[in-house]
Design a protein. Sequence first.
Lengths: 322, 322
Amino acid sequence: MTVPTFDDVVAAHERIRPYIHHTPVLTSSYLDELTGAHLFFKCENFQKAGAFKVRGASNAVFGLSEAMAKRGVATHSSGNHALSLSYAAGRRGIPCTVVMPHTAPQAKKDAVRGYGGKIIECEPSTSSREATFAEVVAQTGAEFVHPYNDSRVIAGQATCSRELLRQVDGLDAVVAPIGGGGMISGTCLSLSTLAPGIQIYAAEPDQADDAARSFRAGHIIADDAPVTVADGLKVPLKELTWHFVQNFVTDVLTASEDEIVEAMKLIWKRMKIVMEPSSAVPLATILRNPDVFRGKRIGVIITGGNVDLDHLPWNQWPRRPS
Amino acid sequence: MTVPTFDDVVAAHERIRPYIHHTPVLTSSYLDELTGAHLFFKCENFQKAGAFKVRGASNAVFGLSEAMAKRGVATHSSGNHALSLSYAAGRRGIPCTVVMPHTAPQAKKDAVRGYGGKIIECEPSTSSREATFAEVVAQTGAEFVHPYNDSRVIAGQATCSRELLRQVDGLDAVVAPIGGGGMISGTCLSLSTLAPGIQIYAAEPDQADDAARSFRAGHIIADDAPVTVADGLKVPLKELTWHFVQNFVTDVLTASEDEIVEAMKLIWKRMKIVMEPSSAVPLATILRNPDVFRGKRIGVIITGGNVDLDHLPWNQWPRRPS
């Protein structure tokens, strides 16, 4: 296990700067009033390829030696890492193979192919995904860029909160979604060096609460195939992201499916931005835990905007009895 | 008829500054490639009350004497002017009455009431709207702020393109939707003083093409109740806006219902912003007329973002055989 350092973050930022957007921070007086907090939304939905994951993917791709780059890159991903890696590989002009569940949103499959990535489909479970992927790597010899359990990827994601700290003064806390933990780990990496007083909250669905259970148990707990509208947050922690969660995260908060969809619709309606269900989980947890956040200055990471406009969750998602 | 001057624009900008957002200009490398032009989207969907109309409404409300302000303001509107006037009146703490078709989107009715405006419903035709309104004014004695045929309103809307010129250098043309013509008139007012070389294109639906027909005929042609997904663009020109259209507009371009919905979805998908059908008409006309815009630097006014998320047009709008 190679734990990235803040020097890696600085190097990553320099390396990826030509390939990423410096995304804006938006505010909403309505949502501030509703939550009683001051919310600063870091809008990675406006990022290249539509998600923060292009930061880590670009750092991995552009850090490869010429010899390694020639053999291409490969990964498995529930979506945004897949298209981010395809984007970065396309910019460098090298091949990219992606193992993806056949249930992934059509919009994400189209986008991967649009960037020139090649898709191999698998079943929608972590076990099937990893087995299929092992075959692909054996066949192609491509460099594996894990969606989150990769030192290069975490250093890349860390550039997001480094930017946020330059854009907003006096933050008390940052809230980011947690799936595999790449964004949260990057947030921990930057904040623990630059502003160790800022609290770090991870937000996840009740129905995929493996990180919350891991956090309380003190060791990694993994679910094989959780069901949630927040399709980017289904994957489990791994040893590298667990290192950051265990050592730097203040708390892991959760929200119900209805709360997530409600928060998503609220952001679309009031802030006029398109973002995906996973990105609504932080606001959903802030609304569920008003006492934790009231009166504070909170950075909220909007992780991505790649949503299938023909299947929006307030029309289509099957609500479950709570 | 009092035609506003550029001095009125400067005064309006000073007056309304505390109540409006300085909205951002966004670009999209994807849409630039698709159109062969350089598009600069002035994002009034991020404006207070969700639309550019808050500029004109605020200028009217905050320009009233104390005595006039006490009696309140009143208007008729297909939506965004209604909630913008309610917003501005609320900020000044004076009453606001709005005559609105009962078919107006629920989201807009809720927003008007949310800002403290009082709604009186009418039939969805210009004739019914104007008759109902006359009664309201007779009863309340409120100051009538017309949605567009008002010198104060046009001077307010003109602040939008004044900002755009400061944000983007070297524009060749600006494209804005045209309904009653308030935004286009404001655009003409600012550009004819500040940058008379910039061409001004008005964009409207094929199915509500009264401005295009007026432009070709040389006099105002008004339809009573056109049917289009671009619900903000159904109203006819009046003498003040006709003055600007006739004297300063380069051309009026139109787009079909399908082209408008397609352009709207394209902007949502690629730019990750929520905007309403009326705001998609400029891009739809640019895509229909590539030769007019290819290679040029084009300002595109995204006029508003108040859309009913439960009734998005790519799911719900009845497509007509073309």
